[in-house]
Design a binder for this molecule. Sequence first.
Ligand code: NDP
Length: 319
Amino acid sequence: MTKRVVLIGHPVAHSLSGAMQQAAFDDQGIDATYELWDRPPIGLADAVAELRTDEFLGANVTIPHKERMVPLVDRLTEEAHATGAVNTITKEGKRLVGHNTDVPGFRVALDKLVGKQKMPRHAVVLGAGGGARAVVFGLITEGFQRVIVFNRHLHRAEALVKHFGRSASHMELRAMPWHESIIESELAKTKVLVNATSIGLARDETPVPGELIPPELLVLDLIYKRTRFLREAEAAGCTVLDGELMLLHQGAAAFTLWTGKPAPLELMQKKLHEARAGGLSSAEGEPTGAASAAAAPAAEPTSPATASEGEPTGAAAPD
Ligand code: NDP
């Protein structure tokens, strides 16, 4: 029987995960299809009930359902429990297991952006949704000493900080209200800046005006197109990285969980590029521009320094 894997989100139209995962299934001789399920929050419980039938191998979960999925599965892995967010589901018979492969995906991106650089381990995170939870957990476990979380609805950032209370007891983790003057003052004290909001996903908007971003920050946008946020950060003199590397590695980890096989990473990356070049949207739902996508090579961080040294400029594709 052909098995089914689904991406549950709202929206999910034209997901890139489909291109990447279906190619990986076909390449590895796995008889499975990857489908997109656009389900609003009210339809989530029914979607989860359907997953329990034999034909399903598992699922991915995306915006805005990652936190809502936690009470709907039967068991959480350590990382899903620690983050309070689920982005991948596997099956144990009819039982559903919730995983969080955004965490290892984020670690790969962070390693690319920061590497072994000696610097104060301070970060500012914009957003407090499911993606932000993976980011904050990754920063805590990678030894960051000060992490400030800004969110439009402060109570959600406060809930996130409370959730990580114990694992963050050795460091400073704080929620702060979304005021430009406070953000500006925190950006002056930080080295790493992560956009984990969906601002920039559907429209060319930025969570933080470029003039508030000091030079020489290491900047990651979880959205993997050349967002206005990344363009303005780069213009301010920052090193920037988009969310493609994180998407690739969370997808590779999910593939291995469903199939027990190593993921064909090169093929998956190639399919992501092709899909971006075709102007599709990402697995996380954002539309991508054909022009910038076609010109964007692998997810390399970009900085004025690396660009002038003639290395790949990654996200620095034409607008
Ligand atoms: P959620 O729906 O859980 O969270 C959305 C976040 O964006 C919240 O912090 C929300 O703030 C904020 N937000 C949305 N609209 C606005 C707005 N107009 N003004 C201010 N804040 C806003 O989504 P996820 O956390 O799952 O995803 C967030 C982003 O991260 C998406 O763009 C997604 O594509 C990306 N992502 C990428 C991954 C990758 O592999 N590259 C992995 C995971 C996520 P509030 O709480 O106040 O509503």
